[in-house]
Design a protein around this ligand. Structure first.
Ligand SMILES: Cc1cc2nc3c(=O)[nH]c(=O)nc-3n(C[C@H](O)[C@H](O)[C@H](O)COP(=O)(O)OP(=O)(O)OC[C@H]3O[C@@H](n4cnc5c(N)ncnc54)[C@H](O)[C@@H]3O)c2cc1C
Length: 285
């Protein structure tokens, strides 16, 4: 097995496109586990952490650009980002343990291709756009379009996720992420919900995005759930509409971690609770 650590996205793209079974390495918390379990056996590992663009958090066009190889722990240390996008930062910091959070990256969480990945619903709710780079250059793709199904990505051969752009935040905006797991930590989400919203001066929701994880083959952007609360102050009736829309969007599997019915019911309640947290944060942001 060959190991390379290029310092530019162009060199990474050439390496990845030129070898049949090449894998990107970011934090390695999925990749190394899969290698040790003989699930994958790459001929080439391309470590992207030496590429500066993947490792920084910068303000851009009034929003924030987060490198794909920035870790959850690093996001947590970023006080301004934590203030503007608390949901994204809290989602990244639900991944694994303190040790895992020191390695695990947003890019790795998305590109591992798990429908239960914790940071992905938060990124989708945030309206994050992924910047990809490959042999044909750079392109942008909304995060909800990157993952097509379990372990299936829209990335073409040689492409990597370089960074994510979070849009500018109007006043009275915030976000939140909640997940249900059967214990307090170190478990895969049975259901996850991300909500981002903006209020007008009177407390009415003027914009919202709702995303659900672990209830379908890919993480869902649930536009109907957002529409259900836009124009409301998230009163009881709006909460019921949100729950109904979340419930209707779910297409979960039935497994030992949760039945179909449990996941659907959980998604509805979790979407409501997450929206209430985002609302509370937006009122004081
Ligand atoms: C003990 C433990 C607990 C965990 N708990 C959770 C949890 O609670 N929630 C959760 O969501 N996950 C959890 N995970 C899974 C894992 O930690 C996360 O998915 C993590 O975010 C992966 O990031 P990474 O940087 O380590 O990815 P890596 O392992 O480096 O990469 C993961 C995959 O993505 C590809 N890849 C990585 N970065 C890029 C990129 N920029 N462009 C293209 N492809 C890329 C790699 O080739 C690989 O296929 C856990 C893992 C462990 C070992």
């Amino acid at each position: 097995m060959r190991y390379e650590a290029p310092e530019t996205v162009e060199s990474a793209a050439v390496l990845l496109a030129g070898t049949g079974d090449a894998r990107v390495l970011a934090g390695g918390t999925d990749l190394l586990v899969q290698m040790r379990s003989d699930i994958v056996d790459p001929a080439l590992i391309v470590d992207i952490k030496g590429i500066a663009e993947t490792r920084r958090v910068t303000e851009e066009k009034g929003g924030w650009r987060i490198g794909a190889a920035v870790t959850g722990a690093e996001l947590k240390e970023h006080s301004r980002l934590r203030q503007v996008w608390p949901g994204v930062v809290e989602a990244a910091n639900l991944i694994g343990s303190t040790q895992v959070q020191g390695r695990a990256t947003l890019g790795g969480n998305l590109c591992n291709g798990s429908p239960a990945a914790d940071s992905v619903p938060a990124l989708i709710a945030a309206g994050a756009v992924a910047t990809l780079a490959g042999p044909k250059g750079k392109r942008d793709l909304p995060v909800e379009d990157v993952m097509l199904g379990p372990r299936k990505l829209a990335l073409t051969r040689g492409e990597i996720v370089v960074s994510f752009l979070l849009p500018p935040r109007p006043p009275r905006s915030s976000d939140a992420y909640l997940r249900f797991i059967p214990r307090t930590e170190m478990a895969i989400a049975v259901v996850g919900a991300g909500v981002s919203l903006t209020l007008d001066g009177g407390g009415t929701i003027t914009a919202a995005r709702v995303s659900l994880g672990a209830v379908a083959a890919r993480v869902l952007l649930v536009s109907e759930a957002a529409q259900a609360i836009i124009g409301s102050r998230l009163d009881e009736a709006a909460q019921r509409r949100l729950e109904a829309a979340a419930r209707a969007a779910c297409r979960p599997i039935d497994d030992k971690r949760g039945t179909i019915e449990f996941r659907i019911t959980g998604a509805a309640g979790l979407a409501r609770r997450t929206a209430l947290i985002a609302l509370d944060r937006a009122r004081t942001s």
